[in-house]
Design a protein. Structure first.
Lengths: 263, 289, 295
């Protein structure tokens, strides 16, 4: 009996010693992005008790894959609400996997939105509303993903493309491209931001566009579209001739259309 | 060479009491009550008694498998609570089982390694034990196919492998056919000749009486009788006379002699000697070989 | 004959006997099932984007690895002591000069060797399928790009990068190591519980419960440490649970390894350290419980 008491004491001692250790190990592994944040307890109702237990038991990635597959199936059956809710579970299970956010928003902003827009069974007014709503949903999804992955170039790029192609908000698209540039240091995204700023109606932003494109120009990125856009901006900004790029004249002499490898 | 110190008893049990606590609300069970016994080196000691009399508990306490509630047990002077006390003892439990996936030789190798034996020494010893217990043909057979008697003999081989000075046998003949049990008894006699101390328990009195020097009888956890076998079973006031080829006339004369000049002596019984069923069985089965 | 009170050779003898004992129980049949699952996961799902396909293969394989290791750790360990006791092999072993802690260590080591070897074999099978699938997916995707006439060097490089991140890397094996460490802790836990338990079923059920709680232990611990509970009983209960159960969540790096996060050597060190702490702690408790066990 004495030994049993000793065993209990050792177990409790071990337990109290290990608590702060476990806490610091957990913090370290979380900082190293190897451990995820504790699972959201609210997800239990959405995935069911068994899946929740499995997700707790280190099978989170697997459960996410399963809900992803279900979302895929829902997509094949064109059940947009279901696609949305299944992706919501998937992203909540693995918020650090950018592919899920990217795909979820793509489904909403492109597939679902277009599917409603061209659905002849729905009143035209309602169609337009749905179209806009689903695009907004795609944007919301990406913004939520960016809360978890603020430095993910892929998500910023996806967001930029939605603002560019779906919402036609060049200012926001430009801002997103600038984020991609900040993270990836790939100069083509600065150029993209420049193109977007150039499309706005705000002279201040034209100035920004001009600066960005001029930087590209000086970095020897002299694709025809860059030169064209710069000339355009120089006109819009009414810059004195001395400050303008020399291509104004040369452009007329040189052949167009040569493709340089993008950077 | 200095005079060797007098060797301590092979086994000492001093005032051993073992109480098994049972679940809540149930009474504790006293398996052994204030038991003392000593086995001298070279002796064959039989501990007999009905099932549940505390024999096995006593044995387990001696081997350190159970811790006594009160009292002490030791082997060659070393307390049973020390692991080292088990260096000098070989144990054959009742109905032993071994890892079924091993064969005879592998089983012995396994136990040999546990006794810190190794290499060729171990292999030779293991083979020797198989020969001694008559299992040389079963060396490569899986233990799962062994008969009860074979298992028992493998158990003996395993107990003897590391050349212990004491062997503890728990019901070695239980459930074994007479030929098998005869073999085991012969082995015990062999140990005795080699100076190995034997502590054996049994509830079959007949089988044990041939081999034991001393016997202790246990009942309800207590020692009720203990002593040399001859002393315990001799009926002091009776004498046995066994005659071969005696004629009826001779028998009549002896009868008259007792009646006339007996001086108070009485003839208790006379008649044909009977062989034991066991002896008959052995003779019959030997013949068919 | 020499006698020492601690002998690695004896422990190894017991461990190897344990391994063969478990192998004979056909426990490794799991390996075949695993291979079928991996190959199935590798080739049976609809064609999605290449990354997701590889992720799915890894998810399913790692899931199977985890389930295998945890189930073996719990069930095999729980079986060992009762089996030896029932077969009375425990009597013959412990009546040899074998200290009881060596017996326990031998059993634990045997289970760990079995799980380790099983995981290595499965890792090899899984790596082969992953590599094969990765090569195929890459070739397919590049082929598709070429067909569309957009197979620029950058596009191919980016594809290579995406697929490479999801494909076979050394990092994947560190994930398997983490799974092994978790299983080791669970095996030690099961052994400890079987030292005072009276039936195999009890051991299995309790170990299983503790394993589940252990995966959520960080939640309980953090709630307790951050003082989320105001009720005294809640506080005490959460403290007790956090103290008694191990934090198995520490080893759940697999999810993020699948995602391509790199396992640093510092992280491996921390996980090894945590495992060692639990193994030593639980072994000491097991010894204290077992040394007086009435056989």
């Amino acid at each position: 009996m004495k030994r049993h008491l000793q065993a209990l004491v050792v177990l409790l001692l071990l337990g109290s010693v290990k608590l702060p250790l476990e806490e610091s190990v957990t913090q370290h592994l979380r900082a190293a992005k190897l451990l995820s944040k504790p699972i959201d307890l609210g997800i239990r109702e959405s995935v069911g008790q068994m899946s929740f237990a499995a997700a707790l038991g280190g099978l989170r990635s697997l459960i996410a894959s399963i809900t992803y597959l279900r979302a895929y199936r829902a997509w094949e059956n064109i059940e947009w609400a279901k696609v949305d809710s299944l992706f919501q579970i998937t992203t909540r299970l693995q918020p650090r996997y950018q592919n899920y956010w990217d795909e979820a928003s793509w489904h909403m902003a492109y597939n679902a939105a277009s599917s409603y827009l061209y659905n002849e069974d729905i009143e035209p007014m309602v169609r337009g509303k749905f179209y806009a709503d689903y695009i907004q949903r795609g944007i919301d999804i990406l913004n939520e993903g960016l809360r978890f992955l603020p430095d993910d170039a892929r998500l910023w790029n996806a967001l930029a493309e939605i603002y560019d192609r779906r919402v036609h908000d060049p200012k926001k698209a430009a801002e997103c491209y600038l984020e991609v540039h900040r993270i990836s240091h790939n100069d083509r995204y600065a150029r993209f931001a420049g193109y977007q700023y150039a499309q706005t109606s705000d002279p201040e932003l034209w100035q920004k566009a001009y600066t960005l494109l001029k930087t590209a120009y000086y970095k020897k990125q002299r694709q025809p579209s860059v030169i064209e856009q710069i000339k355009n901006l120089e006109d819009k900004l009414k810059l004195p001739l001395m400050q303008r790029i020399p291509e104004k004249r040369q452009a007329l002499e040189q052949p167009q259309g040569m493709i340089r490898p993008t950077q | 060479m200095p005079e060797p110190a007098p060797s301590p008893p092979a086994v000492t049990v001093e005032n051993l009491t073992k109480v098994f606590k049972s679940g809540l609300g149930k009474q504790a069970f006293v398996a052994v009550r204030d038991l003392s016994l000593t086995v001298q080196p070279g002796e064959v000691y039989g501990l007999i008694g009905p099932n549940g009399s505390g024999k096995s508990t006593t044995m387990k306490a001696i081997l350190g498998l159970l811790s006594p509630t009160q009292g002490r047990t030791s082997i060659f002077g070393k307390s049973s609570t020390e692991v080292e006390s088990r260096r000098d003892v070989g144990f054959l439990p009742e109905n032993p089982y071994f890892y079924k996936h091993l064969n005879g030789l592998e089983t012995l190798m396994f136990y040999g390694r546990l006794c810190s034996m190794s290499g060729r020494d171990l292999k030779e010893k293991a083979r020797e034990m198989l020969v001694m217990t008559g299992l040389e043909d079963a060396a490569d057979r899986r233990v799962s196919g062994f008969s009860k008697g074979m298992l028992q003999r493998l158990g003996l081989a395993q107990a003897l492998l590391h050349q212990p000075r004491l062997i503890v046998l728990d019901e070695p003949t239980a459930g074994v056919d007479p030929a098998g049990s005869r073999k085991i008894r012969d082995l015990i006699m062999g140990f005795k000749e080699r100076g190995i101390t034997v502590l054996v328990t049994s509830h079959l009195l007949e089988q044990i009486q041939e081999v034991c020097d001393r016997v202790g009888i246990m009942a309800h956890g207590r020692m009720v009788r203990e002593g040399r076998l001859e002393d315990l079973i001799a009926v002091e006031n009776e004498t046995e006379l066994v005659l071969a080829d005696a004629s009826p006339e001779l028998l009549a004369q002896i009868k008259t002699l007792i009646e006339t000049q007996g001086g108070g002596a009485k003839l208790v019984r006379s008649g044909h000697s009977r062989t034991t069923l066991e002896r008959l069985f052995l003779e019959a089965t030997e013949e068919t070989k | 004959m020499k006698y020492s009170s601690f002998s690695p050779a004896r422990i190894w003898t017991l461990a190897s006997a344990t391994v063969t004992q478990l192998v004979r129980m056909k426990i490794l049949a799991f390996l075949l099932v695993f291979c079928v699952i991996v190959v199935g996961a590798g080739f049976a799902f609809p064609v999605m984007n290449p990354e997701q396909q590889l992720k799915l293969l890894k998810d399913v394989s790692f899931g199977a690895l985890q389930i295998f290791s945890i189930v073996i750790a719990i069930v095999a360990t729980s079986l060992l002591l009762p089996r030896d006791l029932e077969d009375r092999t425990l009597y013959t072993i412990l009546s040899k000069p074998v200290p009881r802690f060596e017996y326990l260590l031998g059993k634990l080591l045997g289970v760990l060797v079995l799980i380790g070897v099983g995981l290595i074999l499965m890792d090899i099978a899984f790596s082969a399928v992953l590599w094969l699938r990765q090569t195929m997916v890459l070739a397919q995707s590049i082929g598709a790009l070429k067909q569309e006439g957009v197979a620029t060097p950058e596009a191919v490089a980016q594809l290579n990068e995406f697929v490479g991140k999801q494909g076979l890397t050394w990092n994947v094996h560190f994930g398997v190591l983490a799974i092994f460490l978790k299983a080791s802790v669970i095996a030690a836990l099961a052994l400890m519980i079987s030292c005072f338990s009276t039936s195999t079923l009890f051991t299995v059920v309790i170990t299983f419960c503790v394993t589940i709680i252990g995966h959520g232990q960080s939640l309980i611990r953090e709630y307790f440490l951050q003082g989320h509970f105001s009720n005294v009983i809640e506080k005490l209960l959460s403290a007790l649970l956090a103290i008694v159960t191990p934090d198995l969540g520490v080893f759940d790096v697999v999810d993020n390894v699948i995602n391509g996060e790199l396992v640093s050597s510092a992280s491996i060190g921390l996980m090894l350290g945590t495992t060692a702490l639990y193994l030593v702690g639980y072994s000491v408790v097991s010894h204290l419980l077992f040394v007086e066990k009435e056989l």
